[in-house]
Write a protein that binds this ligand. Structure first.
Ligand code: BGP
Length: 481
C-alpha cells in the first residue's frame, strides 16, 4: 500500500447530483426533468423513460433521499468527515422549470443560495455541474433535446443565470456530466439522459449515430459558449469539462485488438479534445465524413469552440474497458457492447463493474500526457449492498478497501508521476438513487440512508465504518490509509 501526503489545498470531499438525492421533484416551482420520468431497473434491466404521464408508479427520483429538506443535516455530517469540497449539480428544472422560459424561478435560485451558504459555513467549497442527466422534459418533448440547435440558447441562458447569481459563492464549475457517454449512441437510456434524445422505434444505428454527432456538437458549442461567458462574469472561475474516463485495453496483444482499443479511445476522446483544444480531432472528422454524416457545424461554431476551452479536466473513474476484435473489425465502431470482453485478471462488483485501482493511475497519466491541464477526480467508488447490524452500524470494509486501493494509486500518480491533481470527490458520499438502475440499494455512501428499493424507510442518516475511515484519511491529507 503506497501512501503519501497530498499537496496543500487538495480538495478532499464527495460528489452527488441533484436529481439523485434532492427529491422534492415538484416543490417550489420545480419542473419535470428526464430523471423524473424514469422507472426503476436493475443490474440487468435498464430503466425505462416513460412518456412523462405520471400514473402513481414508483419513480425513484421524485423523493430520492429528500436532501431538499435534509441538506443542513447532511452537509453537517460531511463537515464532520472534514470535507473541503462538495460536488453537486444545480437542477436545471428548479431554475427553468420547462427550460424555455425567459425568467428564472426565484425559489429555485434561493434553494441553492441556502445550500451554498451552508457549505461555506463549514469551509466546504461547492463544485457545481450544470447539466447532470436532468434536462427539462419539456425541452425533450418539444424540441427533441440536443438534436435541436435551439438547445444551445436554452443551456447558455441557464448557465449565465447560474454564473451571475452564484458569482461569489461558487468558484468551480463543470458544464456537462460525462459528455462522452454518448459514444454508446445505440443505448437509448444514455442518449435520453445525456442528450435528451428519445429515439423513435425502428431507427437504424446509422440514424442514431448521426443524431449523436449532431447532439454532441451542439452540446460542445453550448459548453464553449458557457465557458466564455463564465470567464467574463468572473475571471476567477475555474470551469472544467467532465468525462467518463475508462482506459481501453486490448484483450490480447494482437494488432487488431490493439487497434480496436485505440479506435475506441479516439472516439471517446473527441469530446475532451474539443473541450481542451477547441477543435475536432482528425480521426473524428474523417470518420464523420467517411460515413456520410453531415452534422450542422458552422464556421462560427468552430470559432466558439476555440474561444471557450476549459480550465481543467474533471472525470469519473470506475473501471477500465477491455475489448476484443473476435466479433468486430477494428474499424467497426457501431457497438461498444459487441467489442467489450471480460478482463480475466479483475474482480467485479455486485453489479458486474470491474475493479481496477491501477486503472486510475493509468487514467491520470494518460490524461496528463494528452492535455497537460489540472485534473480533478469528481467520481469514483463502489456500488454495493450494505447490511445494517442490530446496533445500527454498517461494516463496509469492502468499500474501504476499494477506496483505499484507488487512493493509493492516485497518490502514486501525484507523487511518483507528477500528475497535477486538484482533488478527489468519491461518488455518492451519501447513499442516493443510482443513475443507471434507479435502485436505492446500490449504495456508495459513507453516510447510510434508511430507504430501500421499495421506497420504504425512515430516511434517517447514520455513519458507516467508511465514514470514520475517510475522516481519518482527510485529516492526515491522504497519509493514513
Ligand atoms: C456516473 C454518473 C453518476 C452516478 C455514477 C454511478 O455515470 O455520473 O450520476 O450515478 O455513474 O452509476 P450508478 O448510479 O448507475 O451506479
Amino acid at each position: 500500500m503506497y501512501s503519501s501526503k497530498m499537496p496543500k489545498g487538495f480538495l478532499w470531499g464527495g460528489a452527488v447530483a441533484a436529481h439523485q438525492l434532492e427529491g422534492a421533484w415538484n416543490v417550489d416551482g420545480k419542473g419535470m426533468s428526464v430523471a423524473d420520468v424514469m422507472t426503476v431497473g436493475s443490474a440487468t434491466k435498464p430503466r425505462e423513460i416513460t412518456d412523462g404521464v405520471l400514473s402513481g408508479k414508483n419513480y425513484p427520483n421524485h423523493s430520492a433521499i429528500d436532501f431538499y429538506h435534509h441538506y443542513k443535516e447532511d452537509i453537517k455530517l460531511m463537515a464532520e468527515m472534514g470535507f473541503k469540497a462538495f460536488r453537486t449539480s444545480i437542477a436545471w428544472t428548479r431554475i427553468f422549470p420547462n427550460g424555455d422560459e425567459k425568467e428564472p424561478n426565484e425559489a429555485g435560485l434561493k434553494f441553492y443560495d441556502d445550500l451554498f451558504d451552508t457549505c461555506h459555513q463549514y469551509g466546504i467549497e461547492p463544485v457545481i455541474t450544470l447539466s447532470h442527466f436532468e434536462i427539462p422534459f419539456h425541452l425533450i418533448k418539444e424540441y427533441g433535446g440536443f438534436t435541436n440547435r435551439k438547445m444551445i440558447d436554452f443551456f447558455v441562458r441557464f448557465a449565465t443565470v447560474c454564473f451571475k447569481h452564484y458569482k461569489n459563492k461558487v468558484k468551480y464549475w463543470m458544464t456537462f456530466n460525462e459528455i462522452d457517454n454518448q459514444t454508446s449512441f445505440n443505448n437509448d437510456f444514455l442518449m435520453a439522459t445525456n442528450s435528451g434524445i428519445l429515439f423513435k422505434k425502428g431507427m437504424t444505428d446509422e440514424e442514431k449515430e448521426a443524431a449523436m454527432y449532431q447532439a454532441g456538437h451542439y452540446e460542445l458549442v453550448a459548453s464553449a459558449l458557457a465557458v466564455k461567458i463564465g470567464h467574463k462574469i468572473n475571471p476567477n472561475f475555474k470551469i472544467g469539462c467532465m468525462i467518463n474516463y475508462s482506459p481501453v485495453r486490448p484483450l490480447t496483444p494482437s494488432s487488431d485488438d490493439v487497434l480496436l482499443a485505440d479506435k475506441w479511445e479516439q472516439r471517446r476522446d473527441w469530446f475532451s479534445d474539443v473541450h481542451v483544444f477547441g477543435k475536432y480531432p482528425n480521426a473524428v472528422e474523417a470518420y464523420i465524413e467517411r460515413n456520410g454524416y453531415r452534422p450542422d457545424i458552422t464556421d462560427e461554431d468552430r470559432i466558439v469552440l476555440k474561444e471557450g476551452t476549459v480550465d481543467y479536466v474533471a472525470f469519473s473513474y470506475y473501471q477500465t474497458t477491455t475489448v476484443s476484435s473476435e466479433n468486430v473489425k477494428p474499424d467497426d465502431l457501431t457497438d461498444l457492447a459487441k467489442a467489450v470482453a471480460k478482463n480475466p485478471t479483475l474482480k467485479r462488483s455486485d453489479w458486474g463493474w470491474e475493479i481496477d485501482p491501477e486503472g486510475l493511475r493509468i487514467a491520470l497519466n494518460q490524461l496528463t500526457d494528452r492535455y497537460h491541464k489540472p485534473l480533478f477526480i469528481v467520481e469514483n467508488g463502489l456500488g454495493a449492498y450494505d447490511k445494517v447490524e442490530s446496533d445500527g452500524s454498517v461494516h463496509d470494509d469492502y468499500r474501504i478497501s476499494y477506496l483505499r486501493n484507488h487512493i493509493s494509486e492516485m497518490e502514486k500518480a501525484v507523487e511518483l508521476d507528477g500528475v497535477n491533481l486538484m482533488g478527489y470527490l468519491p461518488w455518492g458520499c451519501i447513499d442516493l438513487v443510482s443513475a443507471g438502475t434507479g435502485q436505492m440499494d446500490k449504495r456508495y455512501g459513507f453516510i447510510y440512508v434508511d430507504k430501500n428499493d421499495a421506497g420504504e424507510g425512515t430516511l434517517a442518516r447514520s455513519r458507516k465504518d467508511s465514514f470514520f475511515w475517510y475522516k481519518k484519511v482527510i485529516k492526515s491529507n491522504g497519509e493514513d490509509l
